[in-house]
Design a protein around this ligand. Structure first.
Ligand code: NAP
Length: 276
């Protein structure tokens, strides 16, 4: 029931109408019994600073930020958390009590939390990270913060791979195919497999004893994850990262932790409704 005191949170992006965030967050608010509602707002490229001003004017309780505004919001908020500072990218804005807007990046920490929820601790482990785009950079930064022992970055474009390696600090290296076979944990952070059966690496390199995580979440069970299971590896799907980064957003906005299983079920229902 929306009332005069309902807090409003939103995601800004363009295009934004296919965002899963409203399904995830509204399920979380309902499960926690909070009088909050979450909506998707189309904000044109170049208008992120106007949207932040509107956030202040309307007193929004929290804001998610998606493409193409993550970098512009990082420049426009009053303060950045350490991950957002390293990435110069913001996916979450939190209004502080004194009116300042604080930018956070929960993607990388959400990825680490998705592994932890599957009993996987990255500390001291060797990781092969496929991809070097925005999501891969967040994951590289978070893996290094979580104490990964080695992060080998494999990417089509060398210059972006170098940037992603730099975010891994002293444990980052440019990787090659052999790193996929040797790694304890293989992560697909490319967009390969999104809406297709394409696979981002030679499946023959995957092996038993590995953890293979795919951040692509449509389809949920990607060709990479199927190949990894066939090779005897343990798998973690991309919906887990999406859900856990959203859980972290809610903790930042109102302090309570929604149940990830409830949010995942809502996202699955939404995806099923769209693709039936
Ligand atoms: P992005 O910045 O556009 O980066 C795309 C990455 O994929 C780059 O490394 C790119 O390589 C690589 N790539 C794309 N097509 C390729 C191809 N045909 N061959 C080889 N490499 C290819 O995208 P992003 O924001 O990082 O997102 C990547 C994927 O993760 C998307 O599918 C997105 O939906 C998903 N994602 C999931 C979550 C989650 O919570 N589960 C969060 C964020 C993103 P180059 O550098 O060579 O172009």
């Amino acid at each position: 029931m929306i009332s005069g005191s309902t807090r409003v949170a939103a995601v800004i992006g363009s295009p934004v109408q296919h965002s899963l965030s409203p399904a995830l967050h509204n399920a979380g608010f309902r499960q926690l019994g909070l009088d909050w509602v979450y909506v998707a707002l189309e904000v044109q490229p170049g208008d992120a600073h106007v949207a932040l001003q509107a956030m202040r004017t309307f007193g929004l309780g929290g804001l998610s930020v998606t493409m193409p505004h993550k970098e512009a919001v990082a420049l426009a908020v009053d303060e950045l958390d350490p991950a957002a500072t390293a990435l110069q990218s913001v996916n979450t804005v939190v209004p502080a009590a004194d009116g300042r807007l604080v930018g956070h990046s929960t993607d990388g920490a959400g990825f680490i939390a998705s592994l932890a929820a599957h009993g996987v601790d990255v500390a001291g482990r060797s990781v092969c990270l496929l991809g070097a785009g925005g999501a891969a950079r967040a994951i590289s930064d978070a893996l290094a913060r979580a104490g990964a022992g080695r992060i080998a970055v494999v990417n089509r474009t060398f210059s972006t791979a170098q940037h992603t390696v730099a975010l891994a600090g002293g444990v980052g290296v440019i990787g090659a195919a052999g790193d996929i076979r040797d790694a304890d944990i293989v992560v697909n952070a490319t967009s390969i497999g999104m809406g297709s059966d394409d696979i981002p690496c030679d499946a023959a390199l995957l092996r038993a004893g590995q953890v293979v995580a795919d951040i692509v979440y449509h389809p949920r069970d990607t060709a990479l994850l199927r190949a990894a299971r066939a090779a005897g590896a343990t798998t973690v799907d991309g919906l887990a990262m999406l859900v856990h980064q959203a859980v972290l957003q809610q903790v930042l906005w109102h302090g309570a932790r929604p149940d990830p299983a409830v949010m995942a079920a809502a996202a699955e229902r939404e995806l099923a409704a769209r693709h039936q």
